[in-house]
Every structure is written in structure tokens, then in C-alpha cells.
Design a binder for this molecule. Structure first.
Ligand code: BES
Ligand code: MN
Ligand code: ZN
Length: 506
């Protein structure tokens, strides 16, 4: 979808659909919506009086213009209550309106700059939100649909262009900048979705590494991919132990962005790349197991983030690390009771082969420490306990410093992806004592997300660190605003905003 800005009057637009807006409770629309209403001889105001159009958040009313405007149809997007209005509303409303426009068959769409006139928000931020909303809300994963699917959805109905029409010529440059940034943010989130939605038979560790190579090439980043021989030689026994039951061998991906050659400091972004989590010998129940193709969402998010940083070029050094493996049961798989050795020499007793994410991250953390990365931020669909604790509305994270914690919270708020800090509780590490090894991979039953974090903490040591457990938010079962069914792309935009914020501060 091509997104552009045009100086002019939305009532003159010949796009196949135009999007205007309405706050809840407004009975006679003003601004651009008012001008459109006037051209329609008060048609919108009449539908408000009828009670058909309420302006509720998420409501999109379709009004046919029947020759009274150059466009055949007007979509009136509800913004909800004026007091609750934020940049998130713009993203969501545009996402919903775009899908509605697509359903009409319109190929070209024009919209006003929501938020800038009525709410006085910054035009650049509004334009960015519109671009993000359109590209994320309009996302579909149709790679394996031939047409003639049981859902009846036909191919070829994508929207080709979205034009932001703004009468104030002075705002055009800011709108253009906002569109460009929004396109990169949304594209990164959609790359994450593409990787997470991809079935595991099509995306083994080697294929995830190939995707990383494509992203690195496109953004001009350095990349290295270690195969099973090299990572065995490096002593990554925890990662190897997880992947050893699969015919698709593990990989270790290292991607580098060097935006500040004058500094030795390098931020580390680590992502869990389990391309399929069957649980291994500690096999998962059948119901819902298909969702475990998305157990590499953390990896996808850090790779896409690094791509976006390569495009946005802030003054910072960033190394992205992805340990990737497939967790399968087989005659060669790791058994409960087996002991594996991580890269730093520490031994781990594997109590439950389904607690595999922390194992592969242990080796990645050892490598990050060896490279002196700081802070380290790891991103993982790590525990069902986190999903139960917070549900789909917020992503939980742990942090060793307030500075990193506040940075993540703020970046999440800016992205419309709520981040919620959880406590590290050192005492829970006692539950990780093993009779035979330095540590075991499962701990106390209660507070499972915290035990998992403390397991990682054991390998992190004193390095400044945050751990994001996105098990409850990586997937959506609903279509709502910018979210569509399947991978959400969370926390890609949060990570990009975090890195940009960190670069600006340091
Ligand atoms: N990938 C899962 C966690 C998960 C669960 C992600 C649900 C998304 C949705 C992880 O590898 C896992 O299996 N964790 C176990 C750990 C347990 C065995 C200590 C869990 O949470 O049940
Ligand atoms: Mn597991
Ligand atoms: Zn897992």
C-alpha cells in the first residue's frame, strides 16, 4: 500500500472511499467531517439524529455519496469520547476503517489527518499513527491461500493507495516525515508477524536464519550465522541440547548495527527462537499445540527491530542475538534428568524439556556477556504463567534498573503496547537448586514467570538487564484496531521506540 500526502480539500477527493471522523456525542459535525456532511446535504447529521451513527470508538459507518461528491463512499470513523482521545485511537480507528474500505472493494482511499485539527496533536505523530494503523490493520497472512478457500475471501482486494489530504500546506513536510517513520515501524511489526505466522515446517532454524540474512542485507547490517558444528565447538550445550531431538539443527544468529563508532558501548537484544515447541519428551497436550509455531516471536521481534534501527539510523551500537532450535521428542532428544553444559561452563539439570526457552537463552546470555553487551534485553514467549498473570492486555517484563524499566514502560505507552513491570524475587532461585548440577531448569510451581526470570538472572550476573515475557501478547484471537488474528507483532514497535529513546539519552 502506497501512503502519501496531498494538500487540498477532502471533499474534492476522487478516491474510491474517503475517511472522516466523529467524536461520540457530537450531533452536528464540524471541520472536514462538517464539510463532507454539507456536500451530502446533511446526510451524516441525519444519520446521527437517527441514532445510526454514534461516533463510538471502533464504529465505522458507510455513507454512499450518490453523486454528491467525487468519491462514491464516505466512511465515518467513530473516535469515541473526546476525553479518552489519544494517538492510540488514531491507529486503531484507521486500522478498522481501512479493513471496512477494503471490504467495499475500494482500491484507493483518502483520509483526513485525524487528531491534528480537533485534538491539536502533533501532525507528524498523527501521520505516523495513520501509517501504522493502515499497514498493521490492513495486514493479512495469505501466503497459503489459493482463493476459493472456505472463508470465501477472494484474493486481489488489497488497497493500493492511501492519501492523507490536508488543507494546511504548512503541515505537508511534517506529515511526510510521519508517514515515513510509520511505514518503517509498521513494516517491522509486519515482518515479525510474517515470521511468527509462518508454519514451522516452512520455518526451521535454518530458514529463520535465512530471513535474518535478508533483513540484514536490506538494512545494510553485519550478520553471522553459526551452524550446529560451530555452536557445539563454542560450548553452547544448552542450545544444542534443546535442538538435538529435531532433524532440523539449531542455529545461532548475530546481527550488528554500528551507529556510534566513537563509543564502545553496545546494547544487546536477544530473542527466543524456538521454531516449534512440542515440549520435547515432556510433550505438551494436543489442544492448542499449533500455536507453538509462534514460539520464535521473540526472535522475530528483535530481528525486525534491528532491521528498523538499520533504516532509522540512530546514534547507538546494537547487537541482536538469536538462538534458534526446534524442540521435538525423538530417540535423540534430551531426556528429563539429563545434564547439559552452557557456554560459561555452568551445568543445568533438565527437569522438564518443555522449559526450553530459558535453556537456549542461557547460552545467548553467556555470549552477550562475553561480548560485554549492556544493557541486555531478552524477549521471549517464555511462560504460560505470564499469560495467566496478565492476559492479552499487557506484556510483562523484569528489569534490574529503573532506567531500563522506565524506558520500556514509556516506549510501550508510545507504541500502544502496554508494558507491565514484574518483580525479580531472588529467593525463588532457591527452587532452582539441583542435586546433580549447578542449577535445574524448573523451580517453584507458583510464580512460574518469576522463577524463569531468576533462572535467566543466574546467567546474566551483574549486567544491566531486562527480560520481556510476551507469552500472553504475541498472538491475537480477535480482529480489533491494529490487531488482526494471528501474530500481533508485539513488542516490535516498543523495542524500536526503546532503542531510539536509549540512543537519544546516552
Ligand atoms: N513456549 C512455552 C510458553 C508459552 C505458553 C508461550 C503459552 C505462549 C503461550 C514455554 O516453552 C513453556 O513451555 N513453558 C512452560 C514452562 C514450565 C514447563 C516450567 C510453561 O509455561 O508451562
Ligand atoms: Mn516449552
Ligand atoms: Zn517454548
Amino acid at each position: 500500500m502506497d501512503i502519501k500526502v496531498e494538500s487540498g480539500d477532502i471533499t474534492k477527493s476522487a478516491a474510491k472511499a474517503i475517511i472522516v471522523n466523529l467524536f461520540q456525542g457530537v450531533t452536528s459535525p464540524g471541520g472536514a467531517t462538517g464539510a463532507v456532511d454539507k456536500a451530502l446535504d446533511g446526510g451524516i447529521a441525519a444519520l446521527i439524529a437517527e441514532g445510526e451513527i454514534k461516533g463510538k470508538r471502533g464504529e465505522v459507518a458507510l455513507v454512499h455519496s450518490l453523486g454528491k461528491l467525487p468519491t462514491p463512499r464516505v466512511l465515518v470513523a467513530g473516535l469515541g469520547k473526546q476525553d479518552d482521545f489519544t494517538i492510540d485511537v488514531i491507529r486503531d480507528v484507521v486500522g478498522t476503517a481501512l479493513r471496512r474500505a477494503r471490504a467495499t472493494g475500494a482500491k484507493t482511499v483518502a483520509t483526513i489527518l485525524h487528531g491534528a485539527g480537533i485534538a491539536g496533536l502533533d501532525p507528524e505523530e498523527c501521520a505516523q499513527a495513520i501509517a501504522e494503523g493502515a499497514l498493521m490493520g490492513g495486514y493479512r497472512f495469505r501466503k497459503y491461500k489459493n482463493g476459493g478457500s472456505v472463508d470465501g475471501e477472494e484474493a486481489g482486494s488489497d488497497i493500493e493507495s492511501l492519501t492523507i489530504v490536508e488543507s494546511d500546506k504548512g503541515k505537508a513536510a511534517a506529515i511526510k516525515k510521519g508517514i515515513e517513520r510509520g511505514q518503517i515501524m509498521a513494516q517491522a511489526a509486519n515482518f515479525t508477524r510474517d515470521m511468527a505466522n509462518e508454519p514451522a515446517n516452512e520455518l526451521p532454524p535454518s530458514a529463520l536464519a535465512a530471513r535474518a540474512q535478508e533483513l540484514a542485507k536490506d538494512a545494510g547490517l553485519e550478520i553471522e550465522v553459526w551452524d550446529e558444528k560451530k555452536l557445539t565447538a563454542a560450548g553452547m550445550g544448552a542450545l544444542m541440547g534443546v535442538g538435538i531431538g529435531s532433524v532440523a539443527p539449531p542455529r545461532f544468529i548475530i546481527m550488528k548495527y554500528k551507529g556510534d563508532p566513537s563509543s564502545k558501548k553496545v546494547l544487546g537484544l536477544l530473542g527466543k527462537g524456538i521454531t516449534f515447541d512440542s515440549g520435547g519428551i515432556s510433550i505438551k497436550p494436543a489442544a492448542g499445540m499449533e500455536a507453538m509455531k509462534g514460539d520464535m516471536s521473540g526472535a522475530a521481534a528483535v530481528l525486525s527491530t534491528t532491521w528498523a534501527i538499520g533504516k532509522l539510523k540512530p546514534k547507538i551500537n546494537l547487537t541482536c542475538i538469536v538462538p534458534t532450535a526446534e524442540n521435538m521428542p525423538s530417540g535423540s532428544a534430551t531426556r528429563p534428568g539429563d545434564v547439559v553444559r552452557a557456554m560459561n561452563g555452568k551445568t543445568i539439570e533438565v527437569i522438564n524439556t518443555d522449559a526450553e526457552g530459558r535453556l537456549i537463552l542461557a547460552d545467548a546470555i553467556c555470549y552477550a556477556n562475553q561480548e560485554k553487551l549492556s544493557p541486555i534485553i531478552d524477549v521471549a514467549t517464555l511462560t504460560g504463567a505470564m499469560q495467566i498473570a496478565l492476559g492479552p492486555g499487557a506484556t510483562g517484563f523484569f528489569a534490574t534498573t529503573d532506567e531500563v524499566a522506565n524506558g520500556l514502560t514509556e516506549a510501550g505507552a508510545k507504541s500502544g503496547e502496554q508494558m507491565w513491570r514484574m518483580p525479580l524475587i531472588g529467593a525463588y532461585a532457591e527452587g532452582l537448586r539441583s542435586n546433580v548440577a549447578d542449577i535445574k531448569n524448573t523451580g517453584l510451581r507458583n510464580g512460574g514467570a518469576i522463577s524463569a526470570a531468576e533462572f535467566l538472572h543466574f546467567f546474566v550476573g551483574d549486567t544491566e538487564w531486562a527480560h520481556i515475557d510476551m507469552a500472553g501478547t504475541d498472538e491475537s484471537d480477535k480482529e480489533k484496531g491494529v490487531w488482526v488474528k494471528g501474530s500481533t507483532g508485539i513488542p516490535t514497535r516498543t523495542l524500536i521506540n526503546f532503542v531510539l529513546g536509549w540512543a537519544a539519552k546516552k
